[in-house]
Design a protein around this ligand. Sequence first.
Ligand code: NDP
Length: 482
Amino acid sequence: MQPLEERLFINNEFLPSQSTQRISVINPYNHAVISSAVHCANKDDVDVAVDAAVAAYKTWRKTTPVERARLMNRLADLIIENVEELGRLETLAMGAPKFIAEHGARELAQSLQYYAGWADKIGGEVFPDSGDGAYRMVTYEPLGVCAGIAAWNATFLFIGWKVAPAIAAGNTYVFKVSEKSPLGALALGKLVVQAGFPPGVINFINGTGEAGGALASHMKVAKISFTGSTATGKKVQIAAASSNLKKCTLELGGKSAAVVFEDADIDNALGCLSQGFLINTTQVCAATTRLLVQDTIADDFIAKLKVRFEDALASFGDPSLPDTFAGPVADEAQFTRIMSFLDAAKEDGIQSLTGGGRHGTQGYFVKPTIFVDPPLSSAIYREEIFGPVLCVVRFKTEEEAIALANDSIYGLGASVFTGSTARSLRVASEIEAGSVGINQPVVPDSRVPMGGMKQSGYGRENGKEGIMAYVEAKSISINMRV
Ligand code: NDP
């Protein structure tokens, strides 16, 4: 166990913030104060971090791809060596169970390894003279200083999705961590130094929306990648456009649908929609919080799901223990937000089939909750809750299921459960979502793009699209007659 780092990681150093504001980190399991002194970046601190990244960019973009890959792989190795400590810090701050928090750190290492492999594979194109005497080529160049702003539910994953492709392509980075989960990223700073990265290539700052806003509107930032709610994403896009028209990738909220047909493997569907659904206490952007079940199997399916939800409570507990499946929600604000949805449903006479309130008296635990056939206009059915609350609605036909699934402002993920390959592909192609799991939940993977349609955002992270979002094409034509 190492002493907590609470300052800002800029230019390979830990610096005190210029602002005197401090962030408190409270353990959501037992309310213990983990820190009341996490430094909080203001606009001036953002300027210092961006200037460090600007200076580093001059040499980093010219570093050979092989060298960039070597450093990235070294950092990945160090993350794996320190996976327990990194996981512990996430667990303390936002209550992710040990196995999830460590999985996040491993996924970050994998993103670094994956994009290290891409560093020397960004080629170009050539077009020979087509009669006008000019030879043309297209090259792909890094953008410059890029910035990331992220939610708290999977900080390590977001660092992997944003920082890894950016630095592989020759950009430098300033990443603003959520105020709910600052400790793991700061510990990572030490590993960045140990791996041998030049100062200023990777910077982590803690801060509130003020620091996020300063990054989004910064004149020296070429691109911003944002993961968070749709409401904040819209503010980020406005700030980006009204400053220097920086490029944006927006990974936003969701109210994803799972469709279960009568020919599905019922046991598999039940597992995915109970244990799979409750992972990270359903603080998962692509969680399928609207479950559509074919009417012929609905009563039996819902009864079995209720049992699974109630049984799952036995494995809710102390998130620092290896056998704990789910912990509390991230903090008091998140708990209060979820309770306000549950209370509003009660006031409107919408009864939960199970759950519907707090679990226990210590920690911000919410009982896994199911609502059956809530009004389609109700807030619990339409709005993102970001907690263990599932709405179930019956459908008769495939067409009705697709219409229900698409009746949302969001389009992040979806799942289809059926024994028919043809139907699974037909429905997957009709559903308006960036990712679809067939007979499984959506599980992000570094090799395939992740992102949303409609108000779940635009742009993609991961895969080839993830790195191409950190370069831009330049066309060069050569007069062959001189
Ligand atoms: P928020 O939108 O509240 O915050 C996201 C980040 O933005 C935080 O770092 C926050 O800082 C920062 N921020 C707040 N105000 C501003 C501003 N005006 N300008 C710039 N940055 C700002 O989301 P949550 O942190 O509550 O995360 C939950 C949301 O994230 C859910 O909607 C979820 O669906 C979404 N999400 C999307 C994912 C995807 O891949 N599509 C993945 C995971 C989550 P601070 O922490 O200080 O408030």
